[in-house]
Write a protein that binds this ligand. Structure first.
Ligand SMILES: [Ca+2]
Length: 163
């Protein structure tokens, strides 16, 4: 009997490890230092690009009050070194824009989806991948706070490569 329980527990543990491993393979995680006294200070960025959705989750070093959830995700999807798309992430919406020639000025709105708050330090977006027409490796950067006076940037230099 004890041997059967041991076998069963091992099987459950193996299954748990496999399912955790599957989710860890699809999400790409990046860490950012605690490098500004202003809020929000970006701590971590998770991304995933599936056939249907583009997923992004941002975590702050502090708890983020409603009005402090204010992030801009700038994406280069064509490998042109220009930003093609921007996602404005608020406590309510993930709004996708065509990126304008000047980084702080967005172009036409493509669409929006409700944002989610997995925890008080986190906000996440899931938007349709077809909105972006991605064919190349995406390079992107993230900014927190209002576009004219942002509080933090991730990465501090350059861009993240891949989603
Ligand atoms: Ca930071």
């Amino acid at each position: 009997m004890q041997r059967m329980i041991t076998v069963l527990l091992s099987a459950v543990l193996a299954f748990t490890m496999l399912t955790d491993g599957a989710s860890a393979r699809t999400l790409t995680a990046r860490r950012d230092p605690n490098d500004t006294r202003r809020v929000p200070d970006i701590r971590a960025v998770w991304t995933d690009l599936g056939r249907r959705d583009l997923y992004i989750r941002v975590r702050g070093w502090e708890q983020l009050r409603h009005r402090e959830v204010d992030f801009g995700v700038w994406l280069d999807t064509r490998g042109s070194l220009d930003y093609d798309w921007a996602i404005h992430v608020s406590a309510q919406w993930c709004q996708v824009y065509e990126a304008g020639p000047i980084i702080d000025v967005g172009g036409d709105t493509i669409g929006r989806r409700q944002s989610h708050r997995p925890s008080q330090r986190d906000v996440s977006c899931r938007v349709p991948a077809r909105w972006f027409g991605i064919r190349k490796t995406v390079r992107f950067s993230l900014r927190s706070g209002p576009p004219t006076d942002f509080a933090d940037r991730a990465p501090n230099h350059g861009r993240y490569v891949g989603l």
